[in-house]
Design a protein around this ligand. Structure first.
Ligand SMILES: [Zn+2]
Length: 371
């Protein structure tokens, strides 16, 4: 587990780095403000703030915006802001079944340039080479300094950047961190794709609460979890691997060899093949049945963790409507009202950009202390 955000002022035994991060974090989320406001919000003295702002300005991280607009009595306040375009992050999304996508992303989460390369069946070392070439092309294109490279990869990945297993890419104990480290001079941070997606919601979204689960429904099913503001990865880095939890005792046979896994109930290829098969029940009934299965799988997780927000990412044409309604109804029916009273269950608005955006968050967090 990793604490993501700096939110309190440092005690004397803590270092200057912490307070630099606190100021950057405050400007990142609250927008431009005066030095006096920054002192008030951060709890640091005005002298300390002025000192650190001078240092951060020299590093190109903070920019002076000039006078606050509007008429004020007395000395006008000068606004400062995070300089979102002084440094960029190169981000890779390796989660799609048929292509790798990369982007140059501003510190504020704007995608400046985007490149996609077809995977063309590439697996193993060929897939690693393809990812490195994509990142190299983006680093070369960036007009400003690249703060780091962030990668969202499918599978189970540890803190050293070793992908322990990603069956679709043919990766088993692949040291992606070392391969990128040898190819680039900038820091490289690697995260599981579902964890990256939940980080995107945490950092760039308007999150309702501090405990959020992102459920990614695509070729498979995965989840990323932030509980109490902390990313939950698990000691084996497999937290959120909910795809093979059995939700239907007499369900379809799964690739894992068992029957009725969440993945067979709600993964996109399975839903599409049931819709194509038609049947007397009709489209709405097929989608509602899948939504119900998701609700069965999620209800105990939501109850156990006391989640504020559950965001479902995937194809809107399948998930909006009967699917989401059935999932909500099932979760409410299977848990106490106290569990679901404050719960926001919704679809992600920008499903196909979540991993790309979220892969930048470990870079922002580790290099600048903001998320
Ligand atoms: Zn399974």
């Amino acid at each position: 587990m990793a604490q993501l955000r700096v939110t309190t002022k440092a005690l004397p035994e803590h270092n200057r780095q912490h307070n630099r991060s606190l100021l950057l974090q405050t400007l990142f989320h609250d927008g431009p403000m005066s030095r006096a406001d920054l002192a008030r919000v951060s709890g640091l003295t005005r002298v300390t703030v002025s000192d650190l702002v001078a240092e951060l300005t020299a590093d190109g991280l903070i920019v002076d915006l000039g006078q606050r607009p509007g008429v004020r009595i007395g000395k006008p306040a000068m606004l400062i802001a995070l300089d979102e375009h002084a440094h960029h992050v190169v981000s890779l999304d390796l989660s799609a079944a048929d292509a790798f996508t990369g982007a140059i992303v501003s510190l504020g989460g704007d995608i400046i340039e985007r490149l996609t390369v077809p995977l063309a069946g590439g697996t193993g070392a060929a897939a690693v080479e393809k990812a490195i070439a994509l990142a190299a092309a983006l680093v070369a294109k960036s007009a400003v300094h690249v703060l780091g490279i962030g990668i969202g990869t499918p599978g189970i990945v540890d803190h050293a950047g070793v992908v322990r297993e990603a069956p679709n890419l043919g990766w088993a104990d692949i040291d992606l961190g070392a391969a990128f480290g040898a190819a680039f001079a900038v820091p490289v941070h690697i995260a599981n794709d579902a964890n990256a997606a939940v980080l995107a919601i945490h950092t760039f979204g308007k999150t309702v609460g501090r405990s959020v689960m992102l459920v990614a429904i695509g070729h498979g099913v995965g989840a990323g979890l932030i509980v109490g503001g902390v990313l939950v990865e698990g000691d084996q880095f497999a937290a959120g691997e909910i795809g093979h939890v059995i939700v239907e005792e007499d369900g379809e046979r799964c690739e894992c060899g068992r029957y009725g896994c969440l993945e067979t109930a709600v993964a996109v290829p399975h839903i599409r093949s049931r819709l194509a098969a038609g049947g007397a029940a009709g489209r709405d009934a097929v989608l509602a049945e899948a939504g119900t299965a998701l609700g069965v799988g999620l209800a105990p997780v939501i109850a156990a963790l006391g989640l504020d927000e559950v965001v479902i990412a995937g194809p809107t044409e399948l998930l909006a409507g009967p699917f989401l309604a059935a999932a909500r109804e099932t979760i409410e029916r299977r848990t106490l009202a106290a569990v679901t009273n404050g719960l926001e269950l919704r679809l992600a608005e920008d499903s196909d950009e979540l991993v790309l955006l979220g892969a930048t968050v470990p870079v922002l967090s580790r290099e600048l202390g903001i998320s």
